[in-house]
Design a protein around this ligand. Structure first.
Ligand code: PBG
Length: 326
């Protein structure tokens, strides 16, 4: 007896059957854990708006990084949180070999060698007293071309400190080409660039501002993309690939899965997507209240991001997701 309609439910009957026909699989090696290392603290400091995430001391950073590698996470993305008095108009502490981020990179590379992929956030905003991702002109606007030499110096310092990958997240035009040339000139032609290709001006970065003690007043709409735009990301992609990006990224992830798919369809380069602070905190906070099963929601979010076309996912839940996958 055959029924007249298609029986799709046959392939959903048992866990083994569902596993056999799964179209998307997530592996811990695809996950990248963003981490914060801060100056001037003796103990890891909880970030109130990101339950379960902390600003690390140098020691706790090393322990947590080792734990992440042990869990099978594929990479670490490091952000620095300097002392407020070390911030200035041009973000000098970012390129200082003794700045908090570069010290953190050196320690992690010494501990971990090539056992993971060590990535560095290459942006001025954590280090500038005004909190913008670039330097300002006399009218107070972010000056694209005057910013590039600062990114170059920062990227070279990060490479020297041991980063395998630099991640320019400032959305200045020409930043990938400028950084590539500077790295090559300094002899770091093996250091890769993870380009923040499609980075939208997003409310979902809210908790990150607390995480890095950002000084920003106002917004980043003159350099980050308008959430209304999809085709613009294709143009950003063309520019970044032409400039020498080794990997490209879409950020945030969950509200931009159409963009993840577009970018994946248009390039053969590895595509990353960043589940940002606000995406993390929404799930974590609802989980704390018992309104949602946070573990299941994180697993589903990561799976969805991979299904949309990302082969690399940056997520603050990387270790927990990786441990559940084992
Ligand atoms: C800029 C940068 C930001 C994030 C990563 N890199 C902040 C911003 O653009 O405002 C946000 C990450 C997150 O929200 O998790 N250096």
């Amino acid at each position: 007896m055959s029924s007249s309609f298609t029986r799709l439910r046959r392939l959903r009957t048992t866990p083994s059957m569902r596993r056999l026909v799964a179209e998307t699989r997530v592996d811990p090696a695809q996950l990248v854990l963003p981490m914060f290392v801060a100056d001037g603290i003796d103990e890891p400091r909880a970030i109130g708006s990101m339950p379960g995430v902390v600003q690390h001391t140098p020691d706790s950073l090393r322990r947590a990084a080792a734990e992440a590698v042990e869990a099978g996470v594929g990479g670490l993305m490091l952000f620095g949180v300097p002392d407020p008095e070390d911030k200035d108009a041009v973000g000098s502490a970012g390129a200082d070999p003794d700045g908090v981020l570069n010290r953190g990179l050196r320690a992690l590379r010494a501990d971990l060698g090539d056992s993971t992929v060590l990535m560095a956030d290459t942006c001025l905003d954590e280090f500038t007293d005004h909190g913008h991702c670039g330097v300002l002109d006399t009218a107070g606007r972010v000056d694209n071309d005057a910013t590039l030499p600062h990114y170059e110096a920062m990227a070279v310092a990060q490479a020297r400190a041991g980063a395998h990958v630099v991640g320019p997240s400032g959305m200045m035009d020409g930043q990938v080409a400028a950084i590539r040339a500077a790295l090559d000139d300094a002899g770091f032609d093996d250091v890769a660039i993870l380009a923040y290709t499609a980075k939208y001006s997003s409310a979902f970065y809210g908790p990150f501002r607390e995480a890095v003690g950002s000084s920003l007043q106002g917004d980043r709409r003159t350099y980050q993309q308008n959430p209304a735009n999809r085709l613009e990301s294709a143009r950003e992609l063309l520019a970044d690939v032409e400039e020498g990006a080794d990997m490209v990224m879409v950020k945030p992830a969950l509200s931009y899965l159409d963009v993840v798919r577009d970018v994946a369809d248009r390039t053969d380069a590895p595509v990353a997507a960043y589940q940002v602070s606000g995406e993390y905190s929404m799930i974590a906070a609802a989980g704390e209240r018992g309104w949602i099963d946070a573990d299941a929601a994180f697993d589903e979010a990561v799976l969805s991001i991979v299904r949309a076309g990302a082969s690399i996912v940056l997520t603050y839940a990387a270790v927990q997701v990786a441990q559940r996958l084992r």
